[in-house]
Design a protein around this ligand. Structure first.
Ligand SMILES: [Zn+2]
Length: 96
């Protein structure tokens, strides 16, 4: 049997991904980036819909293991990208 784990952890797709998402981000989950509830039953890739965010970014060796994944909004997740969890952006001071 070929060793499929000698490279970067491959992104699961199809049913494997759905199964993982159901474990990591079941209905009723709260986004770990903005602390607001995730909305279920929206169209795919809706920004308020569920996604899996990597605690350790994949670019830093993070894997698709359950312990390295947290529920996040699709929009929050893509905004974060591969960066570390950002500090909350401070309000800009008014110019007048
Ligand atoms: Zn969020």
């Amino acid at each position: 049997m070929p060793n499929r784990h000698n490279g970067p952890d491959p992104e699961p797709s199809g049913r494997a991904r759905q199964r993982l998402l159901a474990i990591v981000s079941p209905p009723g989950s709260v986004c770990h980036l903005c602390d607001k509830p995730i909305v279920y039953g929206l169209r795919a890739r809706h920004r308020l819909g569920p996604s899996m965010d990597h605690v350790i970014a994949r670019s830093k060796g993070g894997t698709w293991d359950v312990w390295n994944l947290k529920p996040a909004h699709f929009g929050c997740n893509s905004a974060r990208g591969n960066r570390d969890i950002p500090a909350k952006a401070g309000k800009r001071s008014r110019r007048w």
